[in-house]
Structures are given as C-alpha cells and as structure tokens.
Design a protein around this ligand. Structure first.
Ligand code: GUN
Length: 297
C-alpha cells in the first residue's frame, strides 16, 4: 500500500499562524499580550529542548513567555509556593509544568496546585474530568493536536476502531476519552492498551486508527497491523547513531519501514505529532487569556 506521510510541521505552522492572527486581533482590541509561565526543574536535556521549542513558538505568535528554572533539589513546599505565586499573578494566563519531574516530586500534587483556569496543558483533574463528561475544557495538547491532524487529513473517526497503546495521563488516557466521546472527532470504538495488556497484537491488528504513545522504539511492527491503518506515532525516542553529529537520532514507537508497507497514513518522527503539541499549547494559552473556557462571570 502507498503510504502517505502526515506533515505535522506544515499543519502546526498553519495553526500557529491562526493563533498569531487571533492574538493580534485580541491585542488590537486593547488587551495585553497573553502570557505563558513555564516551569522547568533540573537539567533533563529533552525537557530543556521541549520548553525551548514552546517559548520559541510563543515569540512567533505574540505570546509573552517566561521560564522559571529550579534545581532538581527543590522541595515540594518550595515548588508549590512558586506555583501559588504564579496562580495569583494576574499577568500570567497559562502555567506549564514541564514533565517528567525528579523522583521526589509527584506530578499529581503539583498539577493540582496549578489554578485549573491557567492549566493550559489540560492535566488538572478539573480539566480532565470536564473532558470526560464532555464539558468545555483545556484539552491535553498532544491528543488535541492529533485530532487536528485527523481534521486536516479528513480522517473520519465515527464508527471506526481506534486502538490507543499507552495509557499515560499526558497522551493515551485523554486520547482514548476524546476518541470515544460523542462529538465530531470522536464516536470511535476505542480500545486502550497498556503495560498489562496481554497479546498486544490481538488488539493492534484490529485498529483502523492506531495511536502509539509508549516510548519504546520499534514496539509496533508491520505484522501487528492491518492493511490501510492510520498510524499516529507519538513516541520520541533517542537512539544512538554514530552517523549523526549529536550521536543520537530520534525515532518513534513504530518500526517505520515495516509499518509503511501496510499503513495508509502515518506520522513521521520527528515532524509528526511533536509540532502539533506546541501549536495546541499556543491555542490553549490564548483561550486562557480570553477566559474562554472559564468565563469570569
Ligand atoms: N512532557 C511531555 N509532554 C509534555 C506536555 O505536553 N506537557 C508538559 N508539561 N510536559 C510534557
């Protein structure tokens, strides 16, 4: 089967341009520029890169941004106090706590400290709960970006069998909620696979739409999928590569060459889902600035 490659970079560029115009319009009406406050703990190189990409996108679309960096020795109490200060700061619209965190910091208790009205990552239980019951909410950026890709590439989800592999709070779990909800990009029969799933192939082989977000290179091979499947590969894995200047290259969770023999549409790594996550963060930050999800009165 001839596989079409999804150009996430292009679609994300279109989305960022839309946000840029919306920000201009918002500021043109006398409002201040939206502001994103990023929080970065420790020295994880991948996290630094991601936060760098997010602040660069902010600049491009006219969103102000600041990154607060803390050593990985920061205590829960100190970090909570910092977050509370950002919650109280009326000049900050969105707060982003870059994950993963060092072992002594538990993401859930810190995410819950973030004001849900500023939770532009869509990780706060209030926003996840609203997603689950179909209320307006900040949606987690990666799965929301995947639905935008479906829209752009006319991938219909209604009545399809969508299989999500990986049940993280960031991607897999909200993805499964979105795909199964009764709305325009949902209505799919949805299977959520995770580390306890027995015989993964038994599930993946049934997928019309397969979303893989595990962080395990070459987990999905051509033998595990059916002809014509749409594959969204969320994995971003660094594997050593002597030919590359950096000494590593980025690969997804799918064995790209073998799945391409059967897939009708696939996201590459890099250049697939990653840029969409950033674009959706821009969109959420503008929504926060406009109080669109949680109107003031
Ligand atoms: N780590 C990996 N993906 C994400 C994301 O979308 N948001 C945050 N805050 N951390 C992440």
């Amino acid at each position: 089967m001839a596989t079409n490659i999804i150009d996430g970079k292009k679609v994300a560029g279109i989305l960022r341009q839309q946000v840029r115009e919306d920000v201009q319009e918002w500021v043109g009406r006398g409002n201040r520029h939206p502001k994103l406050q990023a929080i970065l703990i420790g020295n994880d190189p991948a996290s630094r890169t991601y936060v760098g990409a997010k602040t660069k996108a902010c600049k491009e679309v006219g969103i102000e941004s600041e990154t607060a960096t803390y050593p990985d020795t920061i205590s829960v109490r100190e970090l909570k106090d910092e977050i509370i200060n950002f919650n109280r700061d009326d000049d900050i619209d969105g707060i982003l706590l870059q994950l993963p965190l060092p072992g002594h910091l538990h993401p859930s208790q810190l995410i819950e400290t973030i004001d849900h009205r500023k939770d532009v990552d869509g990780f706060h239980p209030m926003n996840v709960g609203r997603l689950a019951v179909g209320q307006p909410t900040f949606r987690s950026c990666t799965p929301a970006g995947i639905l935008e890709l479906f829209r752009y590439y006319s991938v219909m989800t209604k009545g399809k069998h969508a299989v999500v592999v990986g049940a993280s709070n960031i991607v897999g779990s909200p993805m499964a909620i979105m795909l199964s909800r009764e709305n325009d990009n949902g209505k799919a029969t949805t299977t959520l696979c995770h580390k306890y799933t027995r015989n993964l192939t038994q599930h993946t082989i049934q997928a019309d739409i397969l979303v893989v977000a595990v962080g395990s290179p070459k987990l999905i091979t051509g033998q595990m999928i059916k002809e014509g499947v749409v594959i969204i590969d969320v994995g971003i894995n660094r594997v050593s590569d002597a030919d590359s200047e950096k000494g590593y290259k980025l690969v997804g969770d799918c064995d790209f060459d073998s799945v391409c023999e059967k897939a009708s549409l696939i996201t590459p790594v890099p250049g697939g889902v990653g840029p969409m996550t950033v674009a959706m963060l821009m969109k959420n930050t503008l929504l926060a600035a406009k109080n669109s999800i949680y109107p003031k009165d």
